[in-house]
Design a protein around this ligand. Structure first.
Ligand SMILES: NC(=O)c1ccc[n+]([C@@H]2O[C@H](COP(=O)([O-])OP(=O)(O)OC[C@H]3O[C@@H](n4cnc5c(N)ncnc54)[C@H](OP(=O)(O)O)[C@@H]3O)[C@@H](O)[C@H]2O)c1
Length: 399
């Protein structure tokens, strides 16, 4: 069918590459391009020889001109951005210049402000429309599958969805006292920021990790969950009918939070540069350098994740509850693609989102969040490519 340029060669990119190779009818050729070319070459070495042709390139994705040169050279049908959120806009600019479709898994964040918002990427809508190209934003798990879950519920089960709670549980244990399951810098910026949720059309802000609840997860058991700000709240509140309140919760163990508190108290999670022996360093970036690489957690992580959405609303005037979720086993992921479940649950939907655009099912000029497309083919693909989902019509509610 076509060619995809994959930017980034970290934990998530590794899964995307594996999954593109499993879907070689769609992904006939891929190019893996990242800052450190040896990581791209290592991925190629692992997966070369199958039906999908693989090449690698070095690229600085902060540099639009370099990206344009690379896109013109490889001539892909789509760019799959699994580098960092800081590169979203330069990559979108390069896609515009070359009229190439675009997909990512995380919304743009400026380096110096730990706040994710869609306004920067939504500002590209008209230009993408005029160029006749599609940008699919947030095609990971959360954001990503969580948005597809909501639009699936809206399409099949509800006239209006009044309350959505997105629950992200990771019951995996990697055996380290402290490590993050994806890019530590992005992860810690997200967790140490203020929490927020939307109620009656307004953002309500909370102190970081101020709101704690307990939830009994299917297949995982009882866990502490904490309210976080999360990017899909912003788009789902606009795209799902009838929303009165939408919140996002994530599990953290006491051990994790104790370490995080200490790191925060001593200033190690700050993103404000400091002078160290005549050199400017960002404490959080230094911390990233000493923490375990998330891509190395695969062989050590045991246990499962459970991510899903609990919805309450009405259908034909009758109140209704609905919970849809996926349970993913870290060790099974490692057996299949050599990575833990956090990278897996992000990389599989990134490949599926790209395939939706490439096969024309989701081809629509403009910039879109994932819940704006027909959820059915994506839900089918989740079952086929390793993220089967389950439903319950009588779930426990968060409160
Ligand atoms: N939606 C979701 O559910 C979800 C969940 C988890 C993660 N994510 C997102 O997925 C993305 C990838 O996460 P990850 O855990 O795979 O991160 P990672 O392991 O740190 O990988 C990031 C990759 O991007 C490359 N990169 C960074 N800056 C670059 C630049 N300027 N030019 C070219 N390449 C650059 C890095 O290169 P080096 O190897 O040289 O450092 C690395 O290969 C992030 O945006 C993250 O926020 C989304």
């Amino acid at each position: 069918m076509g060619k995809a340029l994959i930017i980034g060669a970290g934990g998530v990119a590794g899964v995307v590459v594996h999954k593109c190779c499993q879907n070689s009818d769609v992904f006939e050729e891929i190019c893996i391009a990242s800052r450190t070319k040896s990581k791209c070459d290592a991925l190629k070495k692992k997966l070369d020889g199958g039906k999908t042709k693989i090449c690698t390139e070095q690229v600085d994705a902060d540099n639009t001109e370099e990206l344009i040169t690379l896109i013109n050279k490889f001539n892909p049908d789509i760019v799959i951005n699994v580098a960092l959120p800081y590169q979203d806009l330069t990559i979108m600019d390069a896609c515009l210049a070359t009229k190439t479709d675009y997909v990512d898994t995380a919304n743009y964040e400026p380096l110096d402000t730990a706040k994710f918002e869609y306004k920067w990427q939504w500002a590209y809508r008209e230009r993408f429309e005029k160029a006749g190209i599609t940008a699919l934003l947030g095609s990971g798990f959360d954001p990503g599958v969580t948005g597809v879950f909501c639009s699936y519920a809206q399409k099949h089960y509800f006239d209006e969805i009044h309350y959505i709670d997105i629950l992200d549980a990771n019951a995996g244990d990697h055996g380290y006292p402290f490590a993050t399951n994806f890019n530590p810098e992005i992860n810690i910026r997200e967790i140490t920021a203020k929490g927020s949720y939307i109620e009656n059309g307004k953002w309500i802000e909370t102190e970081p990790l101020e709101v704690k609840k307990v939830y009994n997860f299917p297949e995982i058991g009882q866990k502490d969950i904490y309210l976080l700000h999360h990017e899909e709240l912003e788009s789902l509140a606009l795209n799902i009918n009838g929303i009165k309140r939408i919140r996002f919760f994530m599990t953290f163990s006491q051990k994790y939070l104790t370490h995080l508190n200490v790191l925060q108290n001593v200033g190690m999670t700050s993103i404000v540069p400091i002078d160290y022996e005549g050199k400017k360093i960002v404490p959080l970036q230094f911390l990233k350098a000493v923490l375990p690489d998330p891509a190395s957690l695969g062989p050590r992580t045991k246990g499962k994740t459970n991510i899903g959405c609990i919805m309450r609303g009405v259908k034909d005037g009758v109140s209704k509850n609905y919970y849809v979720y996926n349970v993913c086993d870290h060790q099974e992921c490692y057996k299949e693609v050599g990575s833990q479940a956090i990278s897996y649950t992000t990389g599989v939907p990134a490949m599926i989102g790209a395939s939706m655009v490439m096969t024309g099912k989701w081809k629509k000029p403009g910039v879109y969040n994932i819940e704006e497309f027909d959820p059915d083919p994506f839900m089918e693909a989740l079952n086929k490519f390793g993220l089967p989902w389950k439903e319950s019509f009588e779930p426990d509610l968060v409160d």
